[in-house]
Design a binder for this molecule. Structure first.
Ligand SMILES: [Zn+2]
Length: 514
């Protein structure tokens, strides 16, 4: 049997993975993410693809592969898809809920199911519930598009219900999760659109051309999964992973199981870094704890909202320093989603920030407020006793400081470094906010580079979600594959220099196993 691996996207960029593995005319995608590097060539914050043109803009600009695999309701009348190859896609094997891995799934034909861990399913559903509609965020369920008059213009159908994506779950499906996937807050309203839930089945109850084993691995978001595809030759795919963190033993378990794999498709995010520092959540914990201990007044902790391990780190720091950790309502909703999977009530350990606004979204009103109204804390209360709190705020939450009006305090940047010039601009804005309220900064400083202020990051306040070079080396030596295909890296050359049997595929190129 001939197996063909085609990397449609994400070969030499960090993210955007769209890897197709096919045998006898049927196959599966390994992730179907959004490629930020390519996307930002054309688009920016106020210049996005147009929802009313369906997939037109992304397809035209080569931001998604020119294949005939997309939802028919997203194809405007002036887009001719007939010339593009039609693949028989049986499923997308999703590694985790970061947008650079899942962000283009919503565009795929609705008959294509998504294989994911229970935690990833819950996170995707919560992400969809809290986001304003837009094609990209519609992974767990989507609004059907239709044209009224001009066939080139597609708008959300008012009469048709939301359509849930079909999922193939790699783990147990607790009733709470099954119910959560079917319920859209506010759907019982008289004029509200209902949710027509997708089908959810277990991986062993679904027939695919490859036998697939899913393994949980550690990454900076919970629910990350690596896969092994068993055919004539076994193919292992790491997704994004690291060998440290709370679930490092699970990463090691995957490596052990992948020893029979002849093809290894693995990420190399950190291969373009000069140094190979050993980072760990323990070091982050120690440094951030020290920073909070020596802080007077308010503390703000800035970390990625879906980095739940970091959230748990700060819950523990808050406990040790007799402060309360305050999260946004969106974060609280995400914690609710996670509880549907593992039964752990994390909201018990936090407070919820009461934003000053005239109207609450249904998901907040009907779920978060309904269940945890007593957890809410008003900005005035924080103003009165800022030393009692650690606020989980990021750049986009800075506006709320205008209601709290802190006078001094600390800000801890516990997230990844800026990669692009635009992100550097955001840091300058962030810096201005922090200066305005006299907040001492941990985790970065502004320095002048050629007369321009740029952020310089201080180690120890963040640990990467990705494997270090020495860990990648260990993984490759352990698995000892016949062929290594690096993806999710800007430096595939590192693999070529260090290992034999490396096949570097550029976007669109294939490797055939005979
Ligand atoms: Zn990731």
């Amino acid at each position: 049997m001939i197996v063909k691996i085609t990397v449609y996207d994400g070969a030499t960029t960090i993210g955007g993975n769209k890897i197709y593995v096919e045998e006898s005319g049927r196959g599966v995608f390994l992730d179907f993410g959004m490629n930020f590097a390519k996307y930002s060539k054309y688009f920016a914050e106020f210049l996005n693809e147009r929802s009313v043109r369906g997939i037109h803009d992304l397809l035209y600009l080569n931001l998604i592969p020119k294949l005939n695999i997309y939802r028919s309701d997203l194809i405007p009348s002036d887009l001719d898809m007939s010339a593009y190859p039609k693949l028989n896609v049986e499923a997308v094997l999703l590694s985790h809920a970061h947008v650079d891995h899942c962000g283009n799934i919503a565009l795929l034909d609705e008959s294509i199911p998504v294989m994911a861990s229970p935690m990833t399913m819950a996170i995707l559903k919560a992400m969809r519930d809290v986001s304003a509609s837009g094609i990209g965020s519609e992974i767990a369920y989507f609004s059907c598009r239709e044209s009224v008059g001009d066939g080139r213009v597609l708008s959300s159908s008012r009469s048709k219900p939301y359509k849930g994506r079909n999922f193939i779950c790699t783990g147990g499906i607790p009733d709470e999760l099954a119910n959560f996937m079917c319920y859209r807050p506010g759907q019982e309203g008289r004029n509200a659109k209902k949710l027509d839930p997708g089908n959810i089945c277990h991986v062993h109850d679904h027939d695919l051309s490859f036998d697939i084993d899913a393994y949980e691995v550690d990454h900076s978001i919970y629910g990350a999964t690596a896969y092994i595809l068993w055919g004539d030759s076994a193919i292992a795919y790491t997704g994004d992973f690291r060998m440290h963190g709370k679930y490092a033993d699970k990463s090691r378990e995957f490596v052990k199981k992948a020893k029979n794999a002849s093809i290894l498709i693995l990420e190399g995010t950190r291969t373009s870094r000069k140094e190979d520092v050993n980072e760990s959540e323990e070091i982050v914990f120690d440094n951030c704890l020290k920073a909070v201990e020596e802080s007077k007044g308010l503390v703000i902790a800035d970390f990625s909202p879906r980095n739940f391990e970091r959230l748990e780190t700060f819950i523990e720091i808050a406990r040790r320093t007799s402060r309360e950790l305050v999260v946004t309502a969106k974060d609280a909703y995400m914690l609710h989603a996670m509880e549907c999977v593992d039964g752990v009530c994390r909201i018990e350990d936090v407070r919820i920030y009461q934003e000053l606004r005239d109207k609450r979204n249904k998901w907040e009103e009907l779920v978060v407020m309904e269940k945890w109204r007593d957890k809410y804390v008003d900005p005035t209360d924080i103003s009165r006793n800022p030393e009692n709190y650690i606020l989980c705020f990021s750049f986009y939450d800075m506006k709320h400081l205008l209601d709290i009006k802190p006078d001094g305090g600390s800000y801890i940047y516990s997230s990844s470094e800026a990669f692009t010039e635009e992100q550097e601009f955001d840091f300058l804005r962030l810096y201005n906010w922090l200066q305005e309220f006299g907040l001492r900064i941990y985790g970065f400083e502004m320095v002048l580079e050629e007369g321009k202020p740029v952020p310089s990051f201080i180690r120890g306040y963040h640990a990467s979600g990705h494997a270090s070079k020495s860990d990648l080396r260990w993984v490759i030596e352990q698995i000892d594959p016949d062929v290594i295909i690096p993806v999710h890296t800007e430096n595939p050359g590192w693999f070529v220099e260090n290992f034999e049997n490396v096949v570097v595929l550029r976007d669109g190129e294939s490797y055939v196993i005979n």
